[in-house]
Design a protein around this ligand. Structure first.
Ligand code: SF4
Length: 428
């Protein structure tokens, strides 16, 4: 159970653009998923927290998150050990951790390279990640990835297909192809592109759903939009980071597109795939971002109505181009902007999710979550093709990896609730 919780938290972090560090010394954040059931396991947690307390003396900005049943243990007993802990959260809701990281350790946008190192720990999960392309040739001024991960390198299609077949044999049904710019796939090889790769993965028996992340607006072609529409197992959802809603900021970020270009790209996507679910990433408080520039981001979020916006306050990364520039937006103002985006987006996401209530969606079951102290009844957790998180009560015959129609009965900005049904219509 602990393992499954860890994988889920890991997935949420990867989805938000964070990556694994090679060593504890390299990490900007550490998450301890503690177990209070066995004394020995419990002691390990305290030992780990003691070690992290020491590490924080040299790395004061290190974020330490604590989750798992340790968090529900006696608070008085916990208190002396909690000193290095910045955030505690329930394993089912990583939002407090993600918000803390957004404030203190913003994601490297699309940094997934080390997912491979964790593949062995995710055995049996129906949802798996596979690297399609490594590195990045761009030079976004806030980003360290090109300096750390090297040039863009696509993996040969046959190697990717082979790996997915192995994962399928171990229970995978939903595959996410990863890359810093996954839709540049093939550019460095010549002759092949992401739609070609998607077509080949679609032919693998037993793989029901294919996703890809992260996409770059400049590589979002009509051909790729048509592939999303036409290839049966490719899901109708995409993360297309805009990062800022004003041309001055985009230029300083060296993103290589304008707000107008981004808006046209979204129009194109929606005209080809009308029911597509869209998410984006936004950085607030970048060097030189005025209130007027920031309003551009709010306008864009308001107009384009994303299903989700991953927002982060800008913080300098050593070794990036922007590291040389003046970080001139005060921390309090960055947080104000971050909360403004969150407020806007929460309303939009709730409104979008409410439209699912009363409909039936095909949900791929990920795992059964047993009852724990301080949370609701035991329930299943799964996702729609649009990547909407769905919770439903247990019913006979449900197993991880199964796709079932679910009648949606309620919605929050972050998830849907429903019950297993035999109805046949699915919004997306
Ligand atoms: Fe970083 Fe930009 Fe490359 Fe993404 S596209 S990895 S943000 S340099």
């Amino acid at each position: 159970m602990n393992q499954a919780d860890t994988e889920r938290i890991q997935r949420e972090l990867f989805t938000a653009g964070h990556s694994s560090a090679d060593t504890l010394q390299d990490a900007t954040a550490v998450v301890v998923n503690g177990c209070a059931i066995r004394e020995n396991a419990d002691r390990k947690v305290w030992g780990m927290l003691g070690m992290l307390k020491g590490l924080k003396k040299n790395k004061p900005h290190l974020v330490v998150g604590l989750t798992g049943c340790t968090v529900h243990a006696d608070a008085i007993e916990l208190e002396p050990h909690l000193q290095p802990v910045d955030v505690t959260f329930d394993t089912l809701n990583a939002e407090p951790l993600l918000s803390t990281l957004a404030r203190t350790a913003p994601a490297d946008s699309d940094l997934y390279e080390d997912v491979e190192a964790h593949r062995d720990t995710a055995v049996g999960s129906p949802c798996r990640f596979v690297n399609a392309i490594y590195g990045c040739d761009k030079r976004c001024t806030y980003c360290i990835v090109p300096f750390r991960r090297g040039a863009q390198r696509s993996r040969p299609i046959n190697e990717i297909v082979q790996e997915i077949c192995q994962l399928r044999d171990a229970g995978a049904r939903d595959i996410t192809l990863l890359g810093q710019i996954v839709n540049a796939y093939g550019e460095d090889m010549g002759g092949k592109s992401l739609p070609d790769l998607l077509e080949d993965v679609d032919l693998i028996d037993g793989i029901e759903r294919i996703r890809f992340t992260t996409a770059h607006p400049r590589y979002m072609t009509q051909q790729l939009a048509e592939a999303i529409r036409d290839i049966p197992s490719v899901c109708e959802e995409i993360n297309l980071p805009v990062q800022a809603g004003h041309d001055v900021t985009l230029k300083r970020m060296a993103r290589g597109y304008s707000v107008g270009f981004y808006r046209e790209t979204i129009d194109m996507l929606r005209s080809v795939v009308p029911n597509i679910a869209l998410t984006t990433d936004v950085i607030v408080g970048f060097c030189g971002e005025t209130r007027d520039h920031f309003e551009g981001s709010l306008d864009l979020i308001r107009d384009l109505r994303f299903d989700q916006v991953h927002v982060a306050a800008f913080s300098k990364r050593h070794g990036t181009i922007a590291d040389e520039w003046e970080d001139d937006v005060p921390a309090e103002e960055k947080m104000r902007r971050l909360h403004e985006v969150e407020r806007y987006q929460t309303e939009i996401a709730e409104d979008i999710n409410r439209q699912y209530v009363g409909s039936t969606a095909d949900v791929l079951l990920e795992e059964f979550v047993p009852s724990k102290a301080a949370i609701n009844e035991p329930r299943w957790r799964g996702r729609t093709r649009a990547n909407k998180l769905v919770f439903l009560p247990d019913t006979e015959g449900l197993v991880p990896g199964k796709i079932i129609p679910v009648h949606i009965v309620s919605a929050t900005p972050w998830s849907l609730r429903g019950s297993a049904t035999v109805a046949t219509t699915a919004p997306r």
